[in-house]
Ligand binder design. Sequence first.
Ligand code: HEC
Length: 126
Amino acid sequence: MKLKLALAGLMIALAPTLAHAEGDAAKGEKVYKKCKSCHTVKKEKNKVGPHLVGVFGRAAGSVEGFKYSKALKAKAAEIGNWNETNLDEWLANPKKFLGGRSKMTFKLKKEQQRADVIAYLKSLAK
Ligand code: HEC
């Protein structure tokens, strides 16, 4: 009887986490390998894409010396700072998110991978 109650409690506690994709920063570090050919989080150095040092919470389109696409520049103020929500939309489909041609041709289709890589970027921002 006691065990049943404990199990019921556990299920209630877990329900919200199962409801939507929670990011796992450790898994996200692996997903991040896909970004490495174009980005670095290690130093403020631009590659094909702008550096991602402190990108979580950073203003969109704000890296000095990086030539962003017109579409990103035009939308930067509207995007504001990068957070879970806009990063998720961005990574799913940059072109759709901007409503114009982005220089980032890469898409991360799997929702869980997006949640994980965002959790990783967030963990670096702390
Ligand atoms: C093929 C190269 C390439 C890959 C792979 C790539 N990106 Fe990008 N990324 C870019 C380019 C180029 C831009 C600039 C986009 C623009 O100006 O429209 C960019 C921009 C960004 C921005 C906006 C930065 C800012 O300063 O506003 C974020 C965030 C970002 N990328 C995250 C990622 C993440 C996370 C991954 C991996 C899951 C990734 N990118 C994979 C090339 C890439």
